[in-house]
Design a protein around this ligand. Sequence first.
Ligand SMILES: [Zn+2]
Ligand SMILES: [Zn+2]
Length: 321
Amino acid sequence: MKHLLIVNGLEAPLLRQFGCDCDRCTDPAPQANTSVSLISLNGTGETTHHVLFDVGAAVTDSLSRLPYLAGRSARLDWVALTHWHPDHVNDLNRLIVSYHLNRIRRDEEPTPVPLWCRSGTAGWLQAEHSYEWHNFLQPHVSGENHPPGTVLPPLPVNLPGVTITPVTVSHFGADRCAQDKTQICYSCAAFVIETGASKTVLLWDIDTENEWLVDPQTPEQETAVTLLSNADYLFVDTAFWKIPEKRMTHPGFHNVQRYARALTPQETLLVHLSGHPDGRGNPGWGWPNDRWQAEAQMVWAQRKLPGLVCVPAVGDVFEIG
Ligand SMILES: [Zn+2]
Ligand SMILES: [Zn+2]
């Protein structure tokens, strides 16, 4: 069996912005919100399993372009959600309902799709996506409200040789209870995908408060940092080039450099990019992905940061096992 990690999207919330004429918004390359797929192939190259991590805007379009999921190869065995924010769930209706209808047309049993999320996120999905939640999904909810830097039990995905382990992270914009927004419900998870051959870390969305990544304070945080360290691939939220000098709900590239120095991945992949929040006229404004990559690689070389840094493209394939 072969396991591929495929990039479905790497955009921050708004994708190409209506009315904007910056270089990023006028770039014709496909865009979608940050998402990857773990696709498993058998010895004859058939797709036998598909775990989708996040399902924001245009992710269904990215999946529809993949040869591994074309026509009758289309399958969706699990959805794993980092959290409930719209840019991570707002293609859920389109994807789940169209998949359901296509299974009926093919005379297949349209069983609900298993979905893993944290309890905080489950509360929001029940409130805002109750139609999909009750009709098309089979929820697996973490049943906890652990603080950031806690390793949770692996997802019950039946995929021999592959372990998918969630780690709690702080993302304060999402860490509120749906029923009582004054209460803290930690809602966001990173994922560590381990095969016999490699380790991949999906570290989005995170805020600038995750100092435990560079300076763990408790035994739980030390365990979490050990699990997140020395990955072959670290996909990391890089919503800003510069801005965060105070508490922000996303990190900037200078935070990412510190995480990379602490976690020492072989390759750091910048995702959740935007091009707008740094502000017009500032570095980062309107940068397309190739510019982000060139600027990041210059800094990486100057500061002798570990491994490589790059910005992936939609459709990039990483053979991880
Ligand atoms: Zn723009
Ligand atoms: Zn996001």
